[in-house]
Design a protein around this ligand. Structure first.
Ligand code: NAP
Length: 281
């Protein structure tokens, strides 16, 4: 079997087209554009690139962006105050605090300063709890994007054995909970898991969310499985041995061009929803 490629660029492009259309309507109705505030602390080059990509995408769909850049020596109190001020600013609809912040800052405290109605990146405990209880709220963007990809390719989830490798609060843990909410039978694997290969061999759906190049071998993939590789490692390498896995899987995401494009699309979709107060009346 040679897997069909899950084209994240195409799915994201369609979503962005819909968002651009809805932003036009929003602007006509409200006389302003929805606004995403991005907050970047320090000079990590990858973080600068990610924030620039998000701002560029905002411009492409007609969304306004507000850019806050703070020096590396910013204190937790300063960052919390900055985020609180954006939370209180009626002209700002969504807030993205780029992760990671410098190590001396309490990132959790800074995230929690985002008011839930503007937590379009789904990083607060409020958003996580709402997701876990299947209540209204914003999803962590990459997990939300992964579910969108599975739906775009009509992948059945109910009853399916899904193995999520990785359990970070922004990726592995929430994507497993979203799959569980859709009635998949979810197993989490992590750095203490015994016999990872055996776990993966039993999976109808494999979600790789680790950040280790080709940790998941092609021969571990069950024939006909669906493989979603959220990992991104230097040299455009994912967490899955793509060539080996593609020989067995039914559907597979490439790296890059699979999960990545969906993350920003979901961020902008949730910012528009925040502007419309869809989730928080
Ligand atoms: P993270 O916070 O470092 O978490 C990595 C997870 O992998 C942890 O749960 C860890 O287990 C687990 N792990 C580490 N070594 C393992 C091993 N040998 N076997 C099984 N599990 C192992 O990383 P993250 O932020 O979730 O990101 C993961 C990857 O996704 C990275 O490559 C990142 O670049 C990528 N990513 C992509 C997007 C996107 O938009 N496409 C967004 C976010 C992240 P423990 O919990 O036991 O330590």
């Amino acid at each position: 079997m040679t897997a069909q490629i899950i084209d994240g660029h195409a799915v994201a492009a369609k979503l962005l087209e819909d968002i651009a259309h809805d932003i036009e309507q929003f602007t006509l109705t409200h006389g302003r554009r929805p606004c995403l505030a991005t907050v970047l602390v320090g000079d990590d080059p990858s973080s600068h690139t990610y924030v620039r990509m998000k701002r560029n995408r905002c411009a492409e769909v007609g969304m306004e962006s507000r850019y806050v850049e703070l020096p590396t020596d910013t204190t937790t109190a300063d960052l919390v105050a900055e985020v609180q001020s954006l939370s209180a600013d009626a002209a700002v609809d969504g807030i993205l605090l780029q992760h990671p912040v410098p190590a001396h800052i309490d990132e959790r405290a800074a995230f929690e300063a985002i008011t839930p109605g503007k937590d379009v990146d789904g990083v607060t405990m409020h958003s996580f709890a709402a997701m876990a209880f299947s209540e209204k709220g914003f999803h962590s963007c990459t997990p939300g994007g992964i579910l969108r990809l599975l739906d775009a390719y009509d992948v059945p989830l109910a009853g399916q054995r899904a193995v999520v490798v990785g359990r970070s609060p922004i990726l592995g843990k929430p994507v497993g909970m979203l799959l569980l909410a859709r009635d998949a039978t979810v197993t989490y694997c992590h750095s203490h898991t015994w016999e990872l290969a055996d776990q993966v061999r039993g999976a109808d759906i494999v979600i790789a969310a680790v950040g280790r190049p080709e940790l998941i071998h092609g021969e571990w993939i069950k024939d006909g499985a669906v493989v979603i590789d959220a990992g991104y490692n230097p040299g455009n390498v994912g967490d899955v041995d793509y060539t080996g896995a593609a020989e067995r899987a039914r559907l597979i995401t490439p790296v890059p061009g699979g999960v990545g494009p969906m993350t920003i699309a979901v961020l902008l979709e949730q910012t528009l929803a925040a502007a419309n107060s869809v989730h928080f009346g």
